[in-house]
Design a protein around this ligand. Structure first.
Ligand SMILES: Cc1cc2nc3c(=O)[nH]c(=O)nc-3n(C[C@H](O)[C@H](O)[C@H](O)COP(=O)(O)OP(=O)(O)OC[C@H]3O[C@@H](n4cnc5c(N)ncnc54)[C@H](O)[C@@H]3O)c2cc1C
Length: 668
């Protein structure tokens, strides 16, 4: 058998790790692991009144300019930025739910009242936990996008003894009035200047609890020409849930889950369409995978959700497509959607000059919005209040794992032949209905979890036979396991641990089936992947047969990129994020786009990438992320958000805007 402990050490010492991976039977933990309930730094957000800036708003960011910004969203340094009393009134409108951002890392900067070396140490320790960020109203997991103009920001890993060295020529200060209720405004003289800035973190967030909060927030952003972002968990790899000078609509606490006996037979018949009559669940905007799974389990049901338990189901995941180990059996998250409840932006000059709540189904007057929201990307068409999705009865699930390494092999080429054998085996495995998540490091291939709904472990093992036989033939030792679980939830409990923050500069590519079935296809793909891992990158992703799953389960047309649907592997690759050397990240990203990404593109011409797991600098992102759907998506975007209130990097319509060097978002 394969010696596991050296592997474990190898994985643990890897510069960055994407997952905590559980291998039943052949247990290997790919990293130290985490759980959402781990102790958090005591950094609960204070209500707006406690942190309301008391002086000129320009001091928040520290940039003032007399340039003409009439085509830009207002920022705190502009005269068009709402006054403190405007914010205060808005706070009353949203019933005290407005939160002024205090960057988590403020505790790491000695020259401010919040400095606390113990809290800073704890924050650093907890930084890799997704809960550190999704419980906060502003922090995003990809810190590349939290950095503001001229390197402004607030970095938990800064050397506290020289904290100010992090900042460029811009004087960056936050005015913090500690624990002063609004009624005491101005009375508290105990104020201190912090040497960290908001950077590109949102300035304020509304801790939304209802559609009314959505409407008020959208209306306020629109009336005041402020950049608006929708923030759920802050997981987005492309920084779509933050923005310089922005107001965030924060949905995290909208956790309602309701199970329904759904029946749209009447509407479907009228439209000559397939009806869905069965179990369903209505999920509030803040429901995360762990919430959805726990609630479904209690009902003996299964809901679609990704491999990371802290990702939000309703936000970027389902709206962006949403793959999972269930995708070969049931299609994508977006394929499960029955209807969306969504607040859409105002359309001035029409009958709807204010934001309003609508329901979008495959059959009603917002059928186009239903289509766009189901796959066309989060933060683009409206702010989703809830989604109703299909639920299925829980099912027996087969699980599998496989791991091998180059350790002990005479020749690294042999290891790569093993990788190639794995790629060649994928069609048989995914055609059985399995979804397989795997990680490839320089000397290790770790496949886990593989799950196959309504399949027996012996059938799954049979599908693995070709790769196992090849590994035997190559003399590569491996660890594998094949397990029957009585239910999907048992499989999840045994095989899926909470993932950590992906501290990486990332790129992605959809690998078409032909890349592993055509002659020499898998060999060429192995070479391209080897180029990445040889440069100390990591390759990961999920192998699936989405079209198989959709045939069995997809009822209504949606805007998921057809290239995603036909891919056999939704690939990501990346290099560690460097918290202290920003230039190193730029260098890594340059390589991702122009070297490794370009090589994968050459190998898969006309191919695409998954919009949620792609390169933020992807050239020709419209076609790559959205495929043939882009044109129609843009028409729908312009119809429902004619003034472009919702902007996110690489989101539909975002080419109409440009982020300037000073951080401003301006019309292109
Ligand atoms: C560790 C990790 C594991 C992952 N695993 C998977 C996986 O298994 N399968 C998969 O498909 N993807 C996976 N992803 C990608 C994930 O789907 C995206 O990062 C997704 O954008 C996260 O959505 P969120 O709402 O949780 O995050 P956020 O960063 O809060 O939001 C993401 C986007 O959705 C928008 N949004 C959020 N809520 C709403 C709303 N209510 N209405 C409208 N727009 C909204 C935001 O504006 C933003 O544009 C993973 C990501 C990470 C970091």
């Amino acid at each position: 058998m394969f010696p596991l402990s050296p592997l474990k050490a190898c994985l643990l010492s890897s510069a960055f790790l994407l997952a905590t991976t559980t291998f039943p039977g052949a247990v290997v933990h790919a990293n130290a692991g985490s759980h959402d309930d781990n102790p958090q730094p005591d950094l609960a957000q204070e209500p707006i009144s406690n942190f309301l800036p008391q002086q000129g708003q320009d001091e928040i960011i520290g940039i003032t300019t007399a340039d003409d910004h009439s085509n830009c969203r207002c920022t705190p340094s502009d005269t068009c930025w709402p006054s403190p009393s405007d914010w205060s009134l808005f706070d009353q409108t949203v019933k005290g739910r407005l939160i002024a951002t205090v960057p988590l890392a403020a505790v790491c900067y000695p020259d401010n009242d919040l400095y606390d070396s113990a809290k800073c140490a704890q924050l650093r320790e907890d930084w890799h936990l997704t809960a550190t960020h999704y419980r906060d109203s502003a922090s995003v997991m990809n810190q590349f996008f939290a950095r503001g103009p001229d390197g402004s920001g607030c970095n938990a890993f800064v050397d506290s003894s020289s904290a100010s060295s992090e900042f460029g020529p811009v004087e960056v200060d936050i005015e913090v009035e500690a624990a002063a209720p609004l009624s005491e405004k101005g009375k508290n003289k105990n104020r201190a200047k912090a040497r960290c800035s908001l950077g590109a973190n949102v300035v304020y967030s509304v801790n939304a609890s209802s559609p009314t909060d959505f409407v008020h927030t959208m209306a306020f952003a629109h009336q005041n020409n402020i950049r608006l972002v929708i923030r759920n968990t802050g997981h987005d790899y492309l920084g779509k849930s933050t923005g310089f000078g922005a107001l965030a609509l924060w949905t995290h606490h909208m956790k309602d889950i309701e199970f329904l006996d759904f029946d749209n037979t009447h509407d479907a018949e009228q439209h000559g369409s397939v009806a869905y009559k069965g179990k369903a669940a209505r999920l509030g905007a803040g429901v995360q995978v762990s919430d959805a799974f726990a609630a479904a389990k209690a009902q003996g049901l299964v809901l679609h959700g990704g491999n990371c338990k802290s990702v939000g189901v309703v936000g970027g995941y389902t709206q962006g497509g949403g793959h999972s180990v269930l995708s070969s059996a049931f299609g994508l998250g977006a394929d499960q959607v029955l209807e969306w409840e969504v607040v859409i932006p105002p359309s001035p000059g029409t009958a709807h000059p204010e934001p309003r709540l609508v329901t979008a189904t495959p059959f009603n007057e917002h059928e186009d919005l239903y289509w766009a929201l189901s796959g066309g990307g989060g933060g683009t068409f409206g702010a989703v209040v809830s989604v109703t999705v299909k639920a299925v009865e829980d099912f027996e699930t087969a699980g599998a794992t496989l791991m091998f390494s180059a350790a002990g092999l005479e020749d690294r080429k042999t290891f790569l032949k093993g990788v190639q054998a794995w790629l060649e085996a994928l069609p048989e495995i995914v055609d059985l209905g399995a979804g397989a998540i795997w990680f490839l490091l320089k000397d290790v291939l770790a496949v886990s979890p593989v799950m196959a709904p309504r399949v027996k472990a012996r059938e799954l093992e049979e599908a693995f036979k070709p790769v196992l036989e090849k590994l035997d033939g190559l003399g590569i030792p491996y660890a594998s396991s094949f397990t029957d679980f009585p239910s999907f939830h048992d499989a999840v409990a045994a095989m899926v641990a909470q993932l950590n923050v992906t501290d990486a500069n990332m790129g992605g590519r959809l690998i078409p089936r032909s890349s592993v079935t055509e002659k020499e296809g898998a060999e060429k793909l192995t070479d391209a992947l080897d180029a990445i891992i040889s440069a100390d990158g990591i390759v990961s992703g999920i192998s699936v047969n989405i079209e198989r799953g959709q045939k069995l389960s997809k009822a209504y047309p949606n805007s998921v990129n057809p290239l995603l649907e036909s891919a056999i592997h939704i690939g990501v690759f990346g290099f560690p994020y460097n918290h202290l050397d920003f230039a190193a990240n730029i260098e890594a990203q340059e390589k991702i786009t122009n070297v490794f990404g370009a090589a994968l593109e050459k190998l898969t011409p006309g191919g695409g990438a998954y919009l949620n797991e792609g390169d933020p600098h992807q050239p020709d992102w419209q076609t790559t992320f959205y495929g043939e759907n882009y044109e129609r998506l843009l028409v729908i975007k312009n119809k429902y958000d004619p003034e472009g209130l919702l902007y996110a990097l690489t989101a539909v319509g975002s080419e109409q805007w440009v982020e300037k060097e000073d951080g401003r978002l301006c019309r292109a």
